[in-house]
Ligand binder design. Structure first.
Ligand SMILES: Nc1nc2c(ncn2[C@@H]2O[C@H](COP(=O)(O)OP(=O)(O)O)[C@@H](O)[C@H]2O)c(=O)[nH]1
Ligand SMILES: [Mg+2]
Length: 672
């Protein structure tokens, strides 16, 4: 086991297609961790090892990897860049010390770049940028560098390596700080960036600044120290050039990971769930964060953790301090995709996997004793797409439930639950590919076929005016008759629902008043317009009639239900619908299409602006219009846009739209 000072723990993040997985395969190969270099396109990548990923030739899941490089041990996680699988990126970023952001030299900053940058910065994790695919047609290192500098700061994104040649002529990279034989074509740039870096280095430390200003030459050790502290503080995000396919620039990048990224001890403390922080150390109580959990076809349950502090040992007992459960750890494995290697122990920064844990889920903290504190939980984004889910074969609902339970354990961005208002079973997630993957797994692993439908919208019904209602229920069936008569009044009420009895003279005897109220409250649950909940009404029963023999509770319930419906029809009833706060991030060129589409969807654009190189649109849109937005936005922007969505409030549905919804509901009722 390496000392913590020799460990480098990082995630590889960025937009999909930028070459993250290819880079990981190449790093493993160069470090001698694998005998043959894996390839995404030849379907033998170490990282993209699942059949789903091989079929797609693109990452869907995160993969834990490790190798040794010049005396350091790298524990790193390759993440999928694709928006819908964001959960597989968020969790590893939360477990990592640093982020290697890979950017495509052709496409520049993309949504995946932005998201991984933002999530890392929020956690205070240092970043390093690799501009990859410099060998591709239309690649332009300098254009992408300018874009990064505009988005994140001119003095923040400074190249440490520069490409010599571009596209098919890309031949090598030079290190502006270390290399001496720099070709003429990049000499000016190299000198310029060297000076910028030296300024930053000097600013990182007062004694270095003094030396620098006095014209003294800084030693390699001082330069490294200055760079290191500028990176850790986030003042500097060094930029590197590479082509993974041509194996250019990778060794210099790996050297920098070893020299510049912090060790797990450098951070000093780890944030806790209670808002406090805990000192990180190799000694003392062990503490680890669970960030991934899968069901492996051969091993079964496999739980991935990152050691934060102390040492986690094989064949020992641990506590899940988040759930209070005891867990027996068998053999700890360090992973390269699906390849495993047993180890006796893992210290800070180490990423291990353990088989057959029963009670440990993503975001949980593992501790060596029950007094170890829980680490800050991982925050996942809200789902943006919902379907109602049902079994194709009736009677298989339980099987769906069991399967979904397991699947939500491995992916916290999947949410399952019954909607209290529409009573539908809902499957919610980040988009149709994400949820399609859930359906496929239910079929393949849990042997149950399911069907997804657009879910019903939980409309609400309310009134805009006062209304009087009356109903006389009278029936003579065979011997016994039924009789009840109810007069009531309804008024809009901001306080919610209220019921008042103002019947005098025993026109409705006291013992029937609960039945009258029940008739009302049952109608409130299933309103007269579209069968949705009625809100914000005050109901006053003020008169009625009864029959000493024929009146009973049922009769009064029916009469009050009908009287309420009568009153509601006269009280300017309206439909309310859920309105969502929507935040959309897109490249500039899609702005017109996206805002036009929002208008179409009855959306209101509240604001637009540039955020780190991308257009951000904030809007309010009715939920009813957003059912397929994940899919629509993807096709509108060729997968280059993402959005977030949160419930905002209920608002009245415009009359013409409401009429359509009410008519559709009536047709549905009649056909049932
Ligand atoms: N020309 C070229 N292609 C690359 C380079 N790096 C990766 N690729 C290709 O780009 C595609 C996407 O790579 P992949 O590693 O799956 O990207 P990821 O989605 O970021 O993991 C694959 O076809 C790779 O072979 C590179 O430096 N140059
Ligand atoms: Mg990948």
């Amino acid at each position: 086991m390496k000392k913590a000072a020799e460990i480098r723990n990082f995630v590889v993040a960025g937009h999909s297609g930028s070459g993250k997985t290819s880079l990981c395969d190449l790093m493993l190969y160069k470090a001698g961790a694998v005998a043959r270099c894996g390839s995404v396109t030849q379907k033998n990548s170490v990282s993209d090892y699942t059949p789903d990923e091989q079929e797609k030739q693109s990452s869907i899941y995160s993969a834990a990897l490790n190798c040794e490089w010049k005396g350091n041990q790298f524990f790193f996680v390759d993440t999928p860049g694709y928006g819908e699988f964001i959960g597989e990126t968020i969790a590893p970023i939360n477990a990592a010390d640093s982020t290697l952001v890979v950017v495509d030299a052709v496409e520049g900053i993309q949504v995946g770049t932005l998201r991984s940058w933002k999530n890392s910065r929020k956690l205070g994790n240092p970043r390093l940028v690799l501009i990859n695919r410099v060998d591709c047609d239309r690649a332009d290192f300098n254009r992408v560098l300018r874009q990064l500098q505009e988005a994140y700061g001119k003095t923040v994104c400074v190249p440490v390596t520069l490409p010599v040649g571009s596209e098919s002529n890309f031949s090598k990279v030079v290190n502006v700080l270390r290399d001496t034989d720099i070709p003429d074509e990049v000499a000016d740039d190299a000198a310029k960036y060297k000076e910028m870096l030296m300024d930053t280095i000097a600013e990182s430390d007062e004694t270095l600044m003094e030396k620098y200003l006095e014209g003294e030459i800084l030693t390699d050790e001082e330069i490294a120290r200055g760079l290191h502290s500028a990176i850790v503080s986030g003042d500097l995000v060094p930029v590197y050039a590479a082509s993974v396919s041509k194996d250019i620039g990778i060794e210099k990048l790996m050297d920098s990971i070893g020299n510049l990224f912090p060790s797990p001890l450098d951070k000093g403390t780890a944030p806790l769930e209670d808002g406090e922080v805990e000192k990180i150390s190799e000694k003392g109580a062990a503490q680890a964060l669970v960030f991934k959990s899968i069901v492996d076809p051969f091993i079964g349950q496999l739980t991935f953790f990152r050691v934060v502090s102390g040492i986690i040992k094989s064949d020992s007992e641990y506590y899940n301090v988040s759930t209070g459960a005891k867990e027996r750890f068998g053999t700890i494995m360090i992973m390269n995709g699906k390849e495993q290697k047993s180890v006796d122990a893992l210290g800070p920064g180490g990423i291990g996997a353990i088989a057959k844990l029963k009670h440990s889920h993503i975001g949980n903290t593992i501790g060596s004793s029950s007094s170890v504190k829980a680490l800050r939980a991982i925050k996942f984004p809200n789902p943006v797409m919902s379907y109602s889910i049902s079994a194709v074969k009736s009677g298989e609902e339980d099987k769906i439930g069991q399967g979904l339970n397991k699947l939500t354990e491995s992916d916290p961005t999947i949410k399952v639950g019954r909607d209290k208002e529409t009573h539908e079973m809902l499957l919610r997630g980040m988009g149709d590919q994400h949820l399609g993957n859930v359906v496929k797994k239910l079929k393949d692993t849990y042997k149950v076929n399911v069907k997804l439908d657009i879910p019903k919208v939980a409309y609400r019904e309310t009134i805009m005016a006062n209304g009087e209602g009356h109903y006389r229920h009278k029936k003579q069936t065979g011997g016994a008759g039924q009789f009840a008569e109810v007069y009531l009044r309804i008024t809009p009420n901001n306080e919610g629902y209220e019921f008042e009895n103002k019947v005098v003279g025993g026109n409705i005897p006291r013992n029937f008043i609960p039945a009258v109220e029940k008739g009302v409250s049952e109608t409130l649950v299933k309103g007269p317009l579209v069968g949705c909940r009625v809100e914000d009404v005050k109901v006053t029963v003020y008169d009625g009639k009864y029959h000493p023999v024929d009146s009973n509770e049922m009769a009064f319930k029916i009469a009050s239900r009908m009287a309420f419906r009568d009153a509601m029809a006269k009280a300017k009833p309206v439909l309310l619908e859920p309105i969502m706060d929507v935040k959309i991030m897109i490249p500039d060129e899609y702005m017109g299409d996206v805002s036009g589409d929002l208008n179409h969807k009855r959306g209101r654009i509240l604001g637009m602006g540039i955020e780190e190189g991308l257009q951000v649109v904030n809007a309010e849109v009715p939920l009813a219009e957003m059912a397929k937005y994940a899919t629509e936005l993807r096709s509108m922007t060729q997968g280059r846009g993402v959005f977030e969505m949160d419930f905002s409030r209920y608002e009245q549905v415009p009359t013409n739209v409401a009429n359509e919804i009410i008519n559709a509901h009536q047709i549905e009722q009649e056909s049932e």
